[in-house]
Design a protein around this ligand. Sequence first.
Ligand SMILES: NC(=O)c1ccc[n+]([C@@H]2O[C@H](COP(=O)([O-])OP(=O)(O)OC[C@H]3O[C@@H](n4cnc5c(N)ncnc54)[C@H](OP(=O)(O)O)[C@@H]3O)[C@@H](O)[C@H]2O)c1
Length: 314
Amino acid sequence: MVTVNVSATGKPIALARGLPMVVELPGKQLEDATIGDVKSAIAKKYPKFHLDRQKITLKDSKNLLTDDVTLKDAGVVEGGELSVKDLGAQVSWKTVFLVEYAGPMLIHPAIYYFPEIFYGGPVQHSMLQRYVLTFVMLHFAKRELETLFVHRFSHATMPFKNIFKNSAHYHLGSGLALAYSIYSPVYGATSPYIRGTARNNPMYIQAGAAIWLFSEISNLITHIKLRTLRPAGSRKRAIPQGYGFNLVSFPNYFFEFLGWLVIAALTGSYAAWIFLAVSTSQMYVWAVKKHRAYRKEFGSEYPRDRKAMFPFLA
Ligand SMILES: NC(=O)c1ccc[n+]([C@@H]2O[C@H](COP(=O)([O-])OP(=O)(O)OC[C@H]3O[C@@H](n4cnc5c(N)ncnc54)[C@H](OP(=O)(O)O)[C@@H]3O)[C@@H](O)[C@H]2O)c1
């Protein structure tokens, strides 16, 4: 049997007022008892303090110990000390993604099909506007399906408040701002900004559509490749290879950038350029951070000349 002492970090935890507690794990040794086992024992005593809310660390440390780490690997000795923190109400990553992407899928058709409400009169839609509506709907439908059937997340949940912050990026940026800008009369069939210009030229629009389609299919392929690296139910992380991964660590972000670049370039809309700039900066920051983590985790095994997000550049 293994015994460890668990106390609350900082202020008392409302859902587990009886802490500190002694966790006993019968039939286990330090070599096979995991942090997940400790969490289960805490949740057994305090049923409202779900596993997902618990952040376990070594005493006086802030570094999270993941569920699959054994007590031995964590550096805990028999009768040793662990701390637990309440992360607050949690929501699944899947739910957050599904809610994020649902926003633009409701907002775009609403503004496109009910122009009287938003612009005070009808809009004779141009070919460009029809294409943008199709791009946006297909993109977010793809993301919803990928969330349900392709992605294998390593974290089950995130703090509930994140759903508002994350959704704002999509609901306001690629939803409200983009739709309100692009379905406005300025981009309509009779507008001087469109009529007689390249923005009404089927060749120009279809060339953009071809690049957009390439970006979306490529983004899907990279997501499928990432899925194949991780056995179902695991958190395994391996070095991705092929289809853009030999050039950059995050070709999925690069193809996402390319898809939104097409929409910004075709329309010239400020809202589209701003969304592109904000989302690309965000993806680039993540790519650089995760690229460094790859190098740290895989060391000399990780291909040296691979960039983070932009082939040959950065
Ligand atoms: N337009 C925008 O503003 C914007 C911003 C961000 C993302 N996106 C889109 O959303 C997509 C997903 O974003 P993300 O940040 O979740 O991408 P990501 O970090 O590349 O991860 C994609 C999926 O693959 C898993 N994964 C990543 N690296 C892995 C590896 N080495 N081995 C095994 N599995 C691995 C991830 O799991 P874990 O990370 O959970 O381990 C996740 O489930 C992007 O590709 C992009 O299309 C759009």
